[in-house]
Design a protein around this ligand. Structure first.
Ligand code: GUN
Length: 169
């Protein structure tokens, strides 16, 4: 486990390398939050990272969203994801779908990608197969700005759980 105390002593590069896993293949979020150190708590550190996202351009937000794998997608089935993503998808049973459930994910992933041009993001560790499928169907009728905002909210939940797993708090 990492400690807040040790994280507060790291230079920008070491801080970024140590915590890069919090945001999927997007170390720039952690790197920009370093400016707000020292952090009084893990919660405060995570809030600084969310403030980075709040201040980010739409293009940067979209790049972060697009860095996430599709749920039960081809890469997930082939276990070609980051360690965090593999574990997250397994936690909701997405690695053990029936052929019917798999077909449903495939259809909703395709419809969502067709409508928005980025992958559907939900914090899978706080959901199960059924709540994920329901949310996918419901969120298809949102407008683009609301879906970008919701995706970033969900990235906040994903990253908070990743940080809380790794840093004593
Ligand atoms: N894609 C959609 N939701 C998630 C999630 O919770 N974790 C990861 N890694 N990718 C996702």
């Amino acid at each position: 486990m990492l400690t807040l105390q040790s994280l507060n002593t790291l230079d920008r590069d070491a801080f970024t390398q140590t915590l890069h896993f919090a945001f999927e293949l997007s170390p720039w979020v952690v790197e920009r939050a370093w400016d707000a150190r020292p952090f009084a708590s893990v919660e405060a550190m995570h809030e600084a990272m969310m403030a980075v996202l709040d201040a980010a351009t739409t293009a940067d937000k979209l790049a972060l969203i697009r860095a996430h794998p599709e749920l039960a997608g081809k890469a997930a089935i082939a276990k070609q994801l980051t360690a965090e993503s593999n574990a997250e998808q397994a936690s909701a049973g997405l690695d053990r779908l029936t052929p019917e459930e798999f077909a449903r994910f495939h259809a909703l992933n395709a419809a969502y990608a067709e409508r928005f041009g980025f992958p559907f993001i939900i914090c899978v560790r706080l959901n199960d197969k059924d709540s994920i499928l329901k949310a996918m169907a419901a969120r298809l009728s949102n407008d683009e700005a609301s879906e970008i905002a919701e995706a970033i909210t969900q990235v906040g939940l994903i990253s908070k759980l990743r940080l809380f797993d790794a840093v004593t708090h």
